[in-house]
Design a protein. Sequence first.
Length: 204
Amino acid sequence: MADTDSTPDPGGELDTALTAVGPRLRELRRQREQTLAELATATGISVSTLSRLESGSRRPTLELLLPLARAHGVTLDELVGAPPTGDPRIHLRPVTRNGMTMLPLSRRAGGIQAFKLILPAGSGRREPDLRTHEGYEWMYVMNGRLRVVLGEHDLILEPGEAAEFDTRVPHWFGAADDEPVEFLSLFGGQGERAHLRARPKSAP
């Protein structure tokens, strides 16, 4: 008797979506007239890994897709070809790397991207590994104390304090104490900065 089970196969759908990511990545890069080396500089992903992603020989992960979506100015949904749902809520999918947890807070294509980051206790005591890439970043500390190394400056940000900088300046950050630190990060393309609107003065 033939199997009449019509239950959807989520695993098969996921494999199909991931298979289509490679050609989409290649097309996005070519539309921007960008080389693999330039994209590697912008994302921190090696040229060999980018090449394998585009050819389909490397399975894409969220850890790889996040910086690529940001670099190409598209949402994760657009990058994997997910159908629109019409649901305005943001479904957070945390990414953990080297003890750092990142939660995307926006789905806007292009423009400024918002993230919440949680860094483990004591991470700011490591030898700073300064990085550079294209873009502009604004950060606001919610809980804990954040050590920020920015060029020749070595700063400690307290809860309620904010910093903004051109990410072409060598930078690094970590938790300054034996407590984790939580902060919000707004990241935009080169020349794009967060504009904060002041509260209007009350009428006399």
